[in-house]
Structures are given as C-alpha cells and as structure tokens.
Design a protein around this ligand. Structure first.
Ligand SMILES: [Zn+2]
Length: 402
C-alpha cells in the first residue's frame, strides 16, 4: 500500500511535543502585536518569514529567538486563549485527535496574570476547541474518535531578569542566591502550581518539562521540582540531548525520572560524552539506549526542528531516528514548533515515512505509541478505550483509502 501525504492527513494522530509560543499563526501574531502596540520587525507574513521565522537557523540559540515576539503578545489572558484555541483548530484540521500543548507559564506570569491564570487561559482556548469539535454528529454517534488534550508546563533551564515580570521579581527577592539556585527555585514553584492546578482546580496539566538552552544548564538543577511532581503523580518529560550530549539524556532518566524525552538526538553520539571518567563511551551509550528501550521511555522525535538546529545533520536520512527504530525504542513523531519549523504533524510523519522508508506496520506502531504513551488526563480505563477507538479508526482509514 502506498502511504501518501493525504492518507496520513486523514489518519488519527497525536502531537505530544508542540510549543504554544512556537506555533502561533503569523497572521495572529501580527494582529495581536498591532492591537497591543508591540513592535515587530515586519507586519507581513512574508516579512516575518524573512527576518525571524526562517527556513534554516544557525543554531539552537537563533532558533530560540523566534520565541521572543510571540512571548511579547502572550502576556494577556485573551491572547493566550486565542492562540491556544487556534493551535487546537489547526491540529484538528489535519487529523490530530490528541494534543499535548506545552509552554512556560512563568514567561507569561508576573504582569497581568499569575501562573494559574496563565494555565486557565490556555485551558479555556483548548477546551473551547475541544467542545466545538466533539459536538459534531459523527463524534456523538461514536463513529470517529473525539478530540482531547493535555497541558505540559515547562520550566526554563535558563532565564534572565528580562525574560518576564515573574523572573524579574524572582531575581529581586532572591538577590543573594546563585542563578542556578534561582532556576531550581522557579521550577520547584512551577511544579507546586501544577500539582495544585491538577488536583484542586481540575486543569488538565498532565506533565512538567524543562526547556530552553541546554548546553551549560543541566537537568540536575530541577531535581527537587521533578521529585515533587513524582510524589504527586504528575508525569515528567525533559528536553534532553538536543544541544548537548548523551549525559544530558542520562541525567534526565536517572536524576529526573523522565517518562518521555524530547529529542534525544544525541543518544547514540558517544563522541559527545565529555565526562573524562567515562572510559568506554560506546558502552555508555549502548547501556543508556538499552535502559530507555526497556523502560519504554518514549522519545518525542521532532525531525524538522532537529534539521534546523543541528548543523551536523545534513540530510534527514542521517537523523538518529533510523537507529532509534532499529533499536526498537518507543518513538512518537512531533512538530516541536509548527510556525518556527514551518511544519505540521502530517508533514513530519510523511517526512519520516519517505526518509526512512517506513512500512504501514511501522507507521501504525508510531501512531499507536503517540496515543499509548500520551499523558492522557482521564482514568486508565478511559485511556485504554480511547486508544482502542483511535486505533480502530486508524484501521478503518487504512482499509478504505480514498
Ligand atoms: Zn521542544
């Protein structure tokens, strides 16, 4: 059977790794910036693509600059709700049935909103889109699966006084603490807010994450936050092995107990190990990959994003995803940033199918991992029946391609 882009578009899919700030529609960014008097380098979609949201980026640092302008318009609850709503709609329109949207609440807090108000605003937008979608007749009749979502709250590995009002306040009240300690305090506070939002306020915040600059900002500073999440059954994902070597992934799974890893691009790069006490580097990465495979720690693979930020990847075929598949790791294909990486879930899966010559059985496995390893916010029984419904629908589409 030929796997076409159109077939993939119609299949039920997930996106478990997508940043709200990196996925704002450019038309909306312009709209909100004009309304709020925020300066942009250009007020046309084409102009923004030429100056900020480029086809390729020099490195992760330049890539991360794309978040500055969306960050500026995301300081108001109404704007956040609109951006979240549109993200869900864009996903629904390409067949995504389950979405986990992530963002760093502390980047938008401290001014008009506190952390809970940020979470509420995003939840409002996502839940509105969910309600609209699920009111369709075919969904009510059970002939196709409904749309659902979870929220992932990211702590930042690195921030300055200027990163947001929240961070400025934090630095000022902890003026005698080191920056590393302040980073740890911020993530611990975020984990506390997440526990409260989930447990007491019914917001589907399903996991915590750490994001931002990786090199020089190790996961270890966030161990208290992750321990708090663990004690409260909040799931844990970690951006690791994107701009730093396998040791970053090692820390994510051993120190933070990550259930999933964002990227893990350097998982097999033994040459990037910098710890001089590691004598047998190949053994180190083999053991690490074995541990991840055996524990079913799922890797959130973001092909286009990695191609844009990893200069050593010249061709998509060189991406370690091939090796991840060979080693039977649990992987799910994600977008990372729809706008910054100019992509969709359909495009990402289609890219994977073409570059790695995936069979329909492999495609089915990949899609199934997305549903199974999601942090679905309802009961285990409900999750099982939802996964089954989605995969039955998958079979139905595959059996009757247009
Ligand atoms: Zn990411």
């Amino acid at each position: 059977m030929k796997i076409t882009r159109e077939l993939i578009r119609r299949l039920p899919k997930t996106d478990l790794h997508v940043h709200l700030g990196g996925s704002v529609r450019l038309e909306t960014l312009i709209d909100l910036a004009v309304a709020d008097g925020i300066e942009l380098p250009s007020y046309t979609v084409q102009g923004l693509k030429e100056t900020v949201f480029k086809e390729t980026y020099r490195d992760l640092e330049e890539y991360l600059k794309c978040f500055v302008y969306p960050g500026a318009v995301m300081q108001k609850a109404d704007n956040l709700a609109r951006i979240a709503y549109e993200l869900a709609i864009d996903n629904q329109n390409e067949g995504v049935r389950y979405l986990e949207a992530r963002f760093a609440p502390q980047r938008y807090a401290g001014g008009e909103m506190d952390i809970h108000q940020v979470l509420d605003a995003v939840n409002e937008g996502l839940s509105r889109a969910k309600k609209e979608f699920n009111s369709r007749e075919s969904i009510a009749a059970g002939s196709e699966p409904p749309f659902d979502y979870g929220i992932i709250a990211c702590a930042m590995r690195y921030f300055t006084h200027d990163s947001s009002c929240y961070y400025r306040n934090l630095y000022s009240v902890h003026s005698h603490s080191t920056p590393d300690r302040i980073v740890g305090l911020a993530s611990f506070e975020l984990a506390g807010a997440v526990v409260k939002a989930r447990r007491e306020r019914g917001v589907p915040v399903v996991a915590i994450d750490i994001a931002g600059r990786e090199k020089g900002y190790p996961p270890i500073h966030h161990s208290e936050a992750y321990a708090l999440a663990q004690r409260n059954y909040i799931n844990k994902t970690v951006h690791a092995g994107e701009a730093y070597g396998p040791e970053s992934i090692f820390q994510a799974v051993t120190e933070l107990g990550a259930d999933r890893i964002g990227h893990a691009t350097s998982l097999f790069s033994a040459e990037l190990i910098s710890d001089p006490s590691v004598i047998d580097k190949q053994r180190y990465v083999d053991d690490l990959a074995g541990f991840i495979a055996d524990r079913r720690v799922t890797i959130e693979v973001c092909l286009s994003s990695n191609m844009q930020t990893a200069p050593e990847l010249h061709r998509i075929e060189d991406h370690p995803f091939r090796k991840m598949m060979e080693k039977r790791l649990s992987c799910t294909i994600c977008t990372d940033n729809r706008t910054v990486s100019h992509t969709t879930v359909t495009d990402e899966i289609y890219k994977a199918v073409k570059a790695f010559n995936l069979s329909s059985a492999q495609l089915k496995n990949l899609v199934a991992y997305g549903f199974k390893r999601s942090f679905y916010p309802h009961t285990y029984e409900q999750k099982r029946s939802y996964v089954k419904q989605c995969m039955d629908y998958f079979e139905k589409i595959i059996a009757a391609p247009v």
